[in-house]
Design a protein around this ligand. Structure first.
Ligand SMILES: NC(=O)c1ccc[n+]([C@@H]2O[C@H](COP(=O)([O-])OP(=O)(O)OC[C@H]3O[C@@H](n4cnc5c(N)ncnc54)[C@H](OP(=O)(O)O)[C@@H]3O)[C@@H](O)[C@H]2O)c1
Length: 304
């Protein structure tokens, strides 16, 4: 990357990861200053308006700005709603990355496509490596898997990094942590699913990993999550304990473990979606941070 400025487009700029990326732009990438262009659904607040369901607009954005990198953090993330809105889910999660990839192939830029543990079926019972075949259970996972494949059909591995992550949460946005904090303050008891295992991933660390991808010019398929493993029940219990410790919750609800069968949802979820992040962590030269330590850091910054 010889240019004095690295131009980076971030999509989904108002989402959880998008906001974390915007908050953590490095001063330099590989010795060059960073010019950030953020795209959001509605524009405003210094961002450019972009409808990710509009493939022509996605292509035009790249052609107009000719970025060195595009970090596609935008996505249709409503896992259950996707079952009844497959066209929109595919437009945003599959057609948009295909459009970005096609335009970047022409302009010479690179794509960081953020993806999900939901591309796997969860049946193997040990952490998924990045090179393993995908087998999504629902529309959301299938649309994200198609987005990965569509981008990989157009861009070589040096020009495309697919970074899958899991159970994303942070101090803002729509996520399990903030939902639990609200419910734990409102209720006396709460049932939380104990038979789905994965790893919570804080947006700050995930954003850091994204910037490290750009810094090291990493391509290919990769996995990123915080370290360790948890069920949603474990995650909820930790939220209650740490929430009380930092003074966010005075009398947190009692958390009861329930089964997936007791909590029916429109979309089927993988029962075990731990990602093997060993190789990626080494390549990005980032330390392992246990999810509970990351949670304490996040929860300490949540305003009651
Ligand atoms: N959340 C998780 O647990 C999780 C787990 C694994 C992987 N991931 C992946 O991680 C990435 C970041 O997810 P996140 O948690 O940051 O998601 P998020 O908070 O739901 O943010 C998604 C962003 O995409 C935007 N978006 C959706 N449809 C759009 C459209 N048609 N036009 C323009 N913008 C649109 C949303 O805009 P609005 O704010 O206007 O709706 C939002 O800013 C995604 O690739 C996701 O698939 C997430």
């Amino acid at each position: 990357m010889g240019a004095a400025t690295v131009k980076v487009i971030v999509t989904g700029g108002s989402g959880q990861l998008g906001q974390a990326l915007r908050r953590s732009v490095p001063a330099l990438i590989d010795g060059s200053t960073v010019q950030l262009i953020s795209a959001t659904r509605t524009g405003g607040d210094g961002t450019i308006a972009l409808d990710l369901a509009d493939a022509a607009a996605c292509r035009a954005l790249v052609e107009q700005h000719q970025p060195d990198w595009l970090i596609n953090a935008g996505a249709y993330t409503a896992v259950d709603k996707a079952e009844s809105e497959p066209e929109l889910a595919y437009a945003v999660n599959a057609v948009a990355p295909a459009a970005f990839a096609a335009a970047l192939a022409n302009t010479g830029g690179r794509l960081l496509q953020v993806s999900t543990d939901f591309v796997f079926n969860g049946a193997q019972g040990s952490p998924y490596r990045p090179d393993q075949p995908v087998d999504p259970l629902g529309v959301y996972g299938a649309s994200k898997a198609e987005g990965e494949a569509a981008a990989a059909a157009v861009l070589t591995a040096e020009r495309l990094c697919i970074l899958r992550t899991s159970w994303v949460y942070g101090p803002v946005g729509n996520n399990f942590l903030l939902t639990m904090l609200r419910l734990m303050a409102e209720r006396e008891q709460l049932g939380v699913v104990a038979d789905q295992v994965g790893c919570p991933t804080a947006t700050a660390g995930l954003a850091h990993a994204c910037w490290a991808v750009l810094e090291h010019g990493v391509g290919g398929r990769h996995h990123w999550s915080d370290a360790g493993a948890a069920s949603w029940y474990d995650f909820a219990v930790a939220i209650a304990q740490l929430g009380e410790e930092v003074g966010l919750l005075r009398h947190p609800a009692k958390i009861n473990p329930i089964t997936t069968a007791n909590y029916p949802t429109a979309a089927q979820r993988p029962s075990y979606s731990l990602l093997d992040v060993t190789a990626t962590r080494e390549q990005l030269q980032l330390p392992a941070v246990h999810w509970r330590a990351a949670l304490l850091e996040v929860i300490s910054h949540v305003v009651a």
